[in-house]
Design a protein around this ligand. Structure first.
Ligand SMILES: C[S@@+](CC[C@H](N)C(=O)[O-])C[C@H]1O[C@@H](n2cnc3c(N)ncnc32)[C@H](O)[C@@H]1O
Length: 221
């Protein structure tokens, strides 16, 4: 895969884009376009966040900033390919002194192997990544699973492009895919489920509007 393919999905997140992201995506699009209002996603985040958390594709850090961790001093590491996203999210959760890692999740990660996380979140990351679900999601998992603790969970949400949406969602989906901000035309619930079942012992998957919400555990929970 070309590095430029991966960069296209993260380059969109300029300071200006991040400045309006919470309003344009989290308030407007989630409710009126993707039909998955942000409070659903925040509840989902809160169900899975732990005190040793790795977040991948951090955007503005909204879910970490508003999320509830089990304790007041969670250890958080942020991964993103875009410096603006990393610094915006880090500033938002400065109270937790997060570690930051500038990296492409489609390549091996520059993390120390003795670092083990009990939760790993990837909100709205997969639909930004190039390649079909059956290639990109296993590639992401290959890079993060060595850092997942035995009882840890990988969770996230992603906008699904298949079956083809209609109305406003179809317009947004087409435009974002043409600009390569999204690469999710063929991403389906079934495709997501297949990857999860191939990698995890216990899987949870649901769909709200056009958004798939998923979680996978190494062990039975
Ligand atoms: C849509 S934002 C998601 C923000 C936040 N997690 C949320 O749920 O609202 C996608 C983020 O993923 C990052 N990203 C895209 N491609 C990436 C890649 N290949 N590796 C790491 N981060 C990537 C972007 O820079 C951006 O910060």
């Amino acid at each position: 895969m070309l590095q430029s393919d991966a960069i296209a999905g993260s380059a969109f997140y300029t300071r200006t884009a991040l400045f309006i992201y919470d309003y344009s995506v989290l308030w407007f699009s989630n409710r009126f376009v993707w039909q998955c209002p942000t409070p659903h996603l925040l509840t989902f985040y809160n169900q899975h966040l732990t005190d040793r958390h790795l977040d991948i594709g951090v955007g503005t850090g909204y879910f970490l900033g508003h999320g509830m961790f089990p304790s007041s001093k969670p250890q958080i590491t942020l991964i993103d390919l875009n410096r603006n996203s990393l610094s915006t999210a880090a500033k938002r959760i400065a109270r937790y002194s997060p570690a930051m890692c500038l990296a492409n999740i489609l390549e091996p990660l520059p993390l120390a192997l003795d670092q083990q996380f009990t939760s790993m979140g990837m909100g709205y990351l997969l639909h930004c990544l190039p390649r079909p679900m059956g290639e990109k999601f296993p590639q992401v998992l290959q890079h993060i699973l060595p850092f997942l603790a035995n009882d840890g969970v990988v969770f996230g949400a992603t906008i699904l492009g298949s079956p083809r949406p209609t109305g406003l969602a179809a317009t947004f989906m087409r435009t974002y895919n043409q600009k390569r901000i999204f690469s999710n035309i063929d991403d389906s619930y079934e495709g997501l489920e297949e990857v999860l079942r191939n990698h995890f012992y216990t899987v949870s998957l649901s769909q709200i509007g056009h958004v798939g919400l998923f979680a996978g555990w190494h062990k039975r929970v």
